[in-house]
Design a protein around this ligand. Structure first.
Ligand SMILES: Nc1ncnc2c1ncn2[C@@H]1O[C@H](COP(=O)(O)OP(=O)(O)OP(=O)(O)O)[C@@H](O)[C@H]1O
Ligand SMILES: [Mg+2]
Length: 223
C-alpha cells in the first residue's frame, strides 16, 4: 500500500525570461518500509519533484497525495510539520541557532520538553558522528559536511513517516557518506518509514530498494 503518490504531475517555472517545464507528467508511488533513490542528470527535475512531495509547492496539474489526501486539499503546514521531514540540498539550517538548537527545534515545535529534546538532539548529533564541540557552533562556523550532518540529525529528530533528502551525502567523504546511508536505510527497514533520497552517486542509488530515474522532467525508469 503506498503512502505517497504522484499522478501525472506537471510543473512549470515561469520567469520573465523563460518558461521551464520542469516536470512533464510524472507518476510514481512510494511505500512505507522502503528506500527510494531518485536519480537523473542536473536539471532533470529531482528537486522540483521533492518540493512537491514535501508539500512546499503544488503541481500545476496532476496530483500529489499522502495517504490518499491531495496536497491541494490538505492543511499543508500540518503535513510538513507532522508527516514529512526534509533534508534540503542547501541544508537550510537556522543561522541564529546553534547546531544543538537546530536539532532541538522540530522536537520543541511538536511539544517535546526542552530537557528531552536536548538529550535526544545530543544523541542524534553523535549518531551522525559529529563531535561534542559542534553543539555550540552556529552554521556559519561549520564546514559544509558538518552542516549537512546537522541537517540530517534535525530530520531524524522528527517522527515523520516520510523522509525526503536532497543529495544528503553531497558534501561528505565516503566514510561519513556510508554511515548516513546506513542510518537512512535503517529508518526504512527497521522503523518502517518511507525514505526518498536524491543522489548522483550510483553506488548509493544501488543500495536503495527502488530507483526512479528522471530525464527532462519525466520518469524514464522505475525499478
Ligand atoms: N526557481 C526556478 N526558476 C526557474 N527555473 C527553475 C527554478 N528552479 C529550477 N528551475 C529549472 O527547472 C529544471 C529542474 O530543476 P531541478 O532543480 O528540479 O533539477 P535537479 O534535477 O534537482 O538538478 P540538480 O541535480 O542540479 O540539483 C531545471 O531546468 C532548472 O533550471
Ligand atoms: Mg536539485
Amino acid at each position: 500500500m503506498s503512502i505517497l503518490t504522484a499522478s501525472n504531475v506537471e510543473y512549470t517555472y515561469r520567469t520573465r525570461y523563460q518558461t521551464v517545464r520542469a516536470l512533464q507528467g510524472v507518476s510514481c508511488e512510494f511505500e512505507p518500509g522502503q528506500a527510494y533513490a531518485i536519480v537523473g542528470r542536473s536539471g532533470s527535475g529531482k528537486t522540483t519533484l521533492l518540493s512537491l512531495l514535501a508539500g512546499l509547492d503544488l503541481p500545476d496539474s496532476g496530483e500529489i497525495a499522502f495517504e490518499g489526501e491531495k496536497t491541494t486539499d490538505m492543511d499543508r503546514d500540518r503535513y510538513r510539520r507532522e508527516k514529512v521531514s526534509v533534508v534540503y540540498q542547501a541544508f537550510h539550517l537556522f543561522p541564529l541557532l546553534t547546531a544543538l538548537e537546530n536539532v532541538m527545534y522540530p522536537m520543541e515545535l511538536s511539544g517535546v520538553s526542552h530537557k528531552e529534546a536536548k538529550a535526544k538532539a545530543r544523541e542524534l548529533l553523535r549518531r551522525v558522528e559529529l563531535p561534542e564541540k559542534i553543539e555550540k557552533q552556529y552554521p556559519k562556523m561549520m564546514s559544509g559536511g558538518e552542516q549537512q550532518r546537522v541537517a540530517i540529525a534535525r530530520a531524524l529528530a522528527s517522527n515523520a513517516q516520510v523522509l525526503l533528502a536532497d543529495e544528503p551525502t553531497g558534501n561528505l567523504d565516503s566514510e561519513n557518506s556510508r554511515n548516513i546511508i546506513d542510518i537512512l536505510l535503517d529508518l526504512a527497514h527497521k522503523e518502517g518509514r518511507c525514505v526518498i533520497l536524491i543522489t548522483h552517486d550510483n553506488e548509493i542509488a544501488s543500495q536503495a530498494d527502488h530507483i526512479l530515474r528522471l530525464k527532462d522532467g519525466a520518469v524514464v525508469e522505475a525499478a
